[in-house]
Design a protein around this ligand. Structure first.
Ligand code: HEM
Ligand code: HEM
Length: 233
């Protein structure tokens, strides 16, 4: 059999990448639910949206400084290479994101990025405004508010496609969710001698430093939003 028999699993997703994913999904879903339920739940929309922005910034930096399969250089491929991959009769196993999945990762990050960034400048012109809305002109604020509103559709479509893709892979026998929880994929599902991703204390400590710095900036934005809200009343 074509696999390294010395161990059953290979570490693919380091702990910070896995925590990023589930917290990111929770904050994006939370931001959508709170805005849809409305009323006093809207108070949670801003912190959740800012949490999504903090996590996204973390992921961008992690794409250059994280472990092997979390790095953009490991999975981002040109359109030509992606087509070549898709044309293969039997697609080669990719330990991390495959070339098509990589495009969906980038698209999800981009569309959530646009949503969360414009949110900072958005206003409903009554009670709720993003923390940086107070610093921009009415024109900028209304453009940002429109983008924040109309970007909702692409966001829902991409998240929907993301979930459909995961279900389709599961039907075809490729279970992607367990590795995003445990970090591991079975050795015999991967090319021979696929190396483990680094996932040691040093790497995790670096992730912690990063998230504390970015989280502090997020916290400051939430406070700024609260004080802007108060002066509004
Ligand atoms: C992943 C992040 C986010 C998602 C998915 C999201 C989603 C949404 C959606 C769907 C709406 C309703 C738009 C409408 O139909 O009027 C909305 C409104 C709003 N969002 Fe966000 N948002 C996010 C981040 C943020 C952030 C970071 C802020 C500010 C810090 C923010 C501030 C606002 C405000 C003030 C409104 C009210 C605008 C209105 O009612 O027209 N959002 N958001
Ligand atoms: C709003 C919700 C969600 C967003 C914005 C989102 C976003 C993302 C992103 C950006 C990645 C790339 C991970 C990375 O390299 O850092 C990813 C991967 C993944 N997501 Fe989600 N996700 C969401 C919900 C979910 C849910 C609900 C599930 C499972 C039920 C899920 C399962 C996965 C899996 C299995 C992968 C790895 C795919 C692969 O192996 O290539 N996601 N997601």
């Amino acid at each position: 059999m074509k696999h390294n028999p010395s161990k059953a699993d290979v570490r693919i997703w380091d702990l910070p990448t896995r925590l990023f994913h589930w917290l990111f999904a929770a904050s994006v879903i939370g931001a959508v639910v709170t805005v849809k339920v409305g009323g006093s739940w809207m108070d949670w929309h801003l912190p959740l949206g800012i949490a999504a922005l903090v996590l996204l910034t973390f992921r961008l930096i992690w794409g250059f400084t994280g472990s092997r399969y979390a790095r953009f250089a490991n999975f981002v491929r040109s359109p030509r290479q992606t087509l070549a991959y898709l044309r293969q009769a039997h697609q080669t196993d990719t330990p991390g994101h495959n070339p098509l999945g990589a495009w969906s990762v980038l698209a999800l990050l981009l569309v959530v990025g646009i949503q969360a960034f414009t949110g900072l400048f958005t206003t409903d012109e009554i009670l709720t405004q993003g923390p940086l809305n107070q610093f921009v002109s009415g024109d900028v604020s209304s453009v940002m508010s429109s983008i924040h509103k109309f970007n909702e559709k692409p966001l829902f479509i991409l998240v929907g496609l993301h979930l459909v893709a995961i279900i389709v892979y599961a039907i075809k026998g490729k279970r992607l969710v367990p590795p995003m929880i445990t970090g591991n994929k079975p050795t015999d599902s991967l090319p021979v001698n696929t190396p483990d991703a680094r996932d040691d204390v040093g790497l995790r400590a670096w992730a912690l430093v990063l998230i504390v710095i970015l989280g502090s900036i997020g916290w400051w934005l939430v406070e700024l939003g609260n004080s802007a809200g108060m002066s509004f009343n």
